[in-house]
Design a protein around this ligand. Structure first.
Ligand code: ADP
Length: 250
């Protein structure tokens, strides 16, 4: 089974307003997809519908070979949402507690953190170079530090698919580079599949292997090479925009 996501004929509306129209695509094991599109083009909504956080208007979603509604996706999918900055600054949880939520959500009963789990949490903190933050309150950390904590929470169950919504927003350039290197390693060494929603169209080609361009419907889905060589895409976006996406990709 190579396809871990199979979406067909998917539509979504907020009230009666079309947000996603007739979306169909497959994502294969090991794919690293950069999901791009202007603000409001439906990227976050698409992810939320795939994850079952929003109900589609029509269409079909198969995850790891099973209909989405019958699938306990938190065992296999790690999700880092966009609006970390909306976190209540006095939210009274420590870094350790926030990361342990990632483990708890994937557990059946009893939902408790064991000593073995604590070691896994320490391992994740070490891996991301943030062991010293373990006992800190999450609300006291910088945006970039919080982003790493939420990445740790998404990674903690060793998911087969990692979905990240605009992760580089809160990061300075060094942290951003580190962040992308971690994703690269997970993708190459562990074959973790990745969907990365990003505004960073000039950089994404350095990291991702595929591009999905969304504007309510999918305007393009395929390899960067195909995107860059496509006359249809040059006509659609203009050669300048196409060049911005393509010129950093080696
Ligand atoms: P993107 O992630 O590409 O910026 P979104 O998926 O967040 O786009 O939004 C897609 C469209 O849905 C936008 O027009 C946005 O205004 C609208 N939208 C998003 N969330 C809601 C909501 N909770 N209620 C109504 N409309 C929404």
């Amino acid at each position: 089974m190579d396809d871990i996501i199979k979406v067909s004929g998917l539509s979504f509306k907020y009230d009666s307003i079309d947000v996603l129209k007739n979306i169909s695509f497959n994502l294969k094991v090991g794919d690293y997809v950069g999901l791009v599109g202007y603000n409001g083009s439906g990227k976050s909504t698409l992810i939320k519908v795939i994850l079952g956080l929003l109900k589609p208007y029509s269409g079909n979603i198969i995850l790891f070979g099973k209909p989405q509604e019958k699938f306990n996706l938190w065992n296999k999918i790690g999700y880092m949402p966009q609006n970390i900055s909306l976190l209540n600054p006095v939210f009274p949880a420590t870094v350790e507690e926030v990361i342990s939520l990632g483990l708890l959500s994937a557990k059946k009963f009893p939902k408790i953190i064991t000593n073995a789990d604590k070691k896994i949490i320490d391992g994740a903190l070490d891996y991301l170079g943030i062991a010293d933050l373990k006992k800190q309150l999450i609300g006291n950390l910088s945006g970039g530090q919080q982003q790493k904590i939420f990445l740790a929470r998404a990674l903690i169950t060793k998911p087969e698919l990692l979905i990240l919504d605009e992760p580089s927003n809160a990061l300075d350039s060094t942290s951003r580079e580190q962040f992308y290197m971690i994703l690269d390693e997970l993708n190459k060494k562990n074959k973790t599949s990745i969907i990365l929603i990003t505004h960073d169209v000039g950089q994404i080609g350095k990291y991702a292997s595929k591009l999905m361009y969304l504007e309510q419907s999918i305007l393009f889905y395929g390899s960067f090479l195909d995107f860059c060589n496509s006359d249809k895409m040059s006509k659609l976006f203009g050669t300048d925009s196409q060049h911005i996406i393509c010129h950093q990709h080696d």
